[in-house]
Design a binder for this molecule. Structure first.
Ligand SMILES: NC(=O)c1ccc[n+]([C@@H]2O[C@H](COP(=O)([O-])OP(=O)(O)OC[C@H]3O[C@@H](n4cnc5c(N)ncnc54)[C@H](O)[C@@H]3O)[C@@H](O)[C@H]2O)c1
Ligand SMILES: N[C@@H](CCSC[C@H]1O[C@@H](n2cnc3c(=O)[nH]cnc32)[C@H](O)[C@@H]1O)C(=O)O
Length: 414
C-alpha cells in the first residue's frame, strides 16, 4: 500500500535528520547487527504508532532492513514532522501522516496501519491496541503482541487487563529500566526545558518554577530546571514522592498554594485537570504553562479558554489567554506533550536506548516468546544486555559477581 504524506518534496531535509539520528544511535545499531538480522522479521508486518520524527523514523528503517513490512502513523497531526514522513515514504516504510490532517481523524490513520494486518505492534498510549479491540477486532487473531511505549499507555493496558478485555500479549516497554530511568527522567527533563526555553526565549535562572507530579518525568524536569538556576517547587499527591522531592532539595506544596507564586508551571502526572480553573484564577500575570505528561488534559485548556476574554498567538507555539482582570497566562505547545508538539522530542542518545528496547520487545513478540494475553515485563536480562551495549559503546563496563560472591548472597547461614 502507498504512503500518504503532506509533501514528498520535503524528503531531503527528512533524510538528513534520519541520517543524523542513525549516526547517534550506536545501541540500536548494535542490536540490529547482533539480534535483528536473524530472519525473525522476514515476511512479518510491524504496525507502529509513535510521534513521527527522526528517531522514530530510524527505528522503523531498522525494522524494515531486518525484513519487516512496516506501517506507521502518528497519534495525531501535532506529532508529525512532514519532512521526516516524506523521507520515510522514500525509504520503504508505509507512512500515513500529515501535520495538516484534522486531529479528529487521527484514528483513521491508525486504522489504516491496522489494515496492514500487523503481526507485531509498537504502540504509543495504547492507541493501536485499543482500536484493535474495538473497530478492528477481526484482526486480533493475527497479532502476536504489542509493545507499549509510555507510562499512560501501560496504565490503559493494565485497565484493559483488569477488566478482562485484553486479548493479546503486551510488553510494557516503558517499564524496562533502560526506558523509564533514562527516557522519562533525563529525556523529559532535557527536552521539556529546552522546548520551553526555545519557544519563550526567556531565562530560567531565578524563576519560580512549579513541577506538578514527581514521578520519573517530574524528577527529570525538576533536576534540569534546578541545574539552570530555577527555584523549584514540587506538587504531589503521593506523600512519599513529596518527601523524596523535599530530600532532593525542593519545596513541596499543594498546587493551589504554588499557583499564587509560580512563574512557570509544568505538569507531568498522566492525570486530568491537575491545573484547572481554581489555579488559573490565582496565577500571576505572565505565568507560563506547559504540559510534559502523556495526556493532553493535564492542563484544563477548555477552562482556560472559558475564563479568557481574549486569546491570541503571543509567539510561535505560545498562546496568550487574557483574563477578565487583565492578567495574561501563556500556554506553550497547546497543553499537549510540549517536548514533542513544540520541540524535537528527546535527545537522540535517549531514544537510542528506548528504541533498542522497543526493537527487542518486537523481536521477542515476533518469536512468540510471550504468548499469554496480558501486560508483561521485558525479561530483565534483555534490559541488562541493552545497558551493557551502551556502556560498551562508551568504552566503559561493569564487573560480574564471582561464583563465591553469588554463593555468599544466596546463603543464609553465617
Ligand atoms: N514528555 C515526554 O516525553 C514523556 C516521557 C515519558 C512519559 N511521559 C508521560 O508523562 C506522564 C508521567 O510519567 P511518569 O513516568 O513520570 O509517571 P509516574 O507514574 O512515575 O509519575 C506520575 C506522578 O504524578 C503524581 N500525580 C498524579 N496526579 C497528580 C496530581 N493531581 N497532582 C500532583 N501529582 C500527581 C503521581 O503521584 C506520580 O508520582 C505520563 O503520562 C507519561 O506517559 C511523557
Ligand atoms: N503521543 C502521545 C504522548 C506521548 S507521551 C511521551 C512518550 O513519547 C516518547 N517520546 C519522547 N520524545 C520522543 C521522540 O523524540 N521520538 C519518539 N518518541 C518520543 C517517550 O518515550 C514517551 O514515552 C499522545 O498521544 O499524546
Amino acid at each position: 500500500m502507498t504512503s500518504s504524506v503532506k509533501d514528498l518534496s520535503l524528503a531531503p531535509g527528512g533524510h538528513r535528520k534520519i541520517d543524523w539520528a542513525a549516526r547517534h544511535s550506536p545501541v540500536l545499531n548494535a542490536v540490529r547487527d547482533r539480534y535483528l538480522k536473524d530472519g525473525t522479521f522476514e515476511g512479518l508486518t510491524v504496525g507502529v504508532s509513535l510521534p513521527i520524527e527522526a528517531k522514530t523514523a530510524y527505528l522503523t528503517v531498522v525494522l524494515a532492513e531486518a525484513g519487516a513490512e512496516v506501517a506507521l502513523a502518528s497519534p495525531g497531526p501535532f506529532f508529525v514532522q512532514d519532512d521526516v514522513a516524506a523521507a520515510l515514504a522514500e525509504r520503504g516504510v508505509t507512512v500515513y501522516a500529515s501535520s495538516d490532517n484534522p486531529p479528529e481523524e487521527a484514528d483513521r490513520e491508525l486504522e489504516r496501519v491496522l489494515d496492514h494486518g500487523p503481526d507485531v505492534i509498537i504502540d504509543d498510549r495504547a492507541a493501536l491496541t485499543r482500536l484493535l479491540h474495538t473497530t478492528r477486532r477481526h484482526l486480533l487473531g493475527k497479532v502476536r503482541g504489542a509493545s507499549e511505549e509510555t507510562t499512560s499507555g501501560v496504565a490503559k493496558l493494565r485497565a484493559m487487563q483488569d477488566q478482562g478485555v485484553l486479548e493479546i500479549p503486551t510488553i510494557a516497554a516503558n517499564d524496562a529500566r533502560c526506558k523509564y530511568l533514562f527516557d522519562n527522567r533525563y529525556g523529559t527533563g532535557q527536552s521539556t526545558i529546552t522546548a520551553i526555553m526555545q519557544n519563550t526565549n526567556l531565562m530560567l535562572g531565578g524563576k519560580r518554577l512549579v513541577v506538578v507530579g514527581y514521578g520519573w518525568c517530574g524528577k527529570g524536569i525538576a533536576r534540569y530546571a534546578a541545574g539552570l538556576g530555577a527555584r523549584v517547587t514540587v506538587c504531589e499527591v503521593d506523600p512519599v514522592r513529596g518527601l523524596e522531592a523535599y530530600a532532593d532539595g525542593f519545596d513541596v506544596l499543594p498546587a493551589l498554594e504554588a499557583a499564587g507564586f509560580g512563574e512557570i508551571f509544568i505538569t507531568a502526572t498522566g492525570g486530568r485537570h491537575v491545573l484547572a480553573r481554581e489555579h488559573f484564577e490565582r496565577m500571576r500575570n505572565g505565568a507560563i504553562l506547559a504540559n510534559a505528561g502523556g495526556v493532553d488534559v493535564e492542563i484544563d485548556v477548555d477552562a482556560l479558554g472559558e475564563l479568557a476574554r481574549k486569546r491570541y498567538e503571543a509567539r510561535r507555539n505560545v498562546e496568550a489567554f487574557v483574563m477578565p482582570d487583565g492578567r495574561e497566562l501563556h500556554l506553550v505547545g497547546r497543553g499537549m506533550v510540549v517536548n514533542l508538539t513544540a520541540g524535537d522530542g528527546h535527545p537522540v542518545e535517549i531514544m537510542d536506548l528506548t528504541f533498542a528496547i522497543q526493537a527487542l520487545c518486537a523481536h521477542h513478540l515476533a518469536n512468540r516468546r510471550q504468548t499469554e494475553p496480558g501486560v508483561h515485563l521485558l525479561p530483565r536480562e534483555i534490559d541488562d544486555r541493552v545497558a551493557g551495549i551502551k556502556l560498551q559503546t562508551l568504552g566503559m563496563g561493569v564487573d560480574r559477581l564471582t561464583p563465591q560472591q553469588e554463593e555468599f548472597l544466596r546463603e543464609w547461614r553465617e
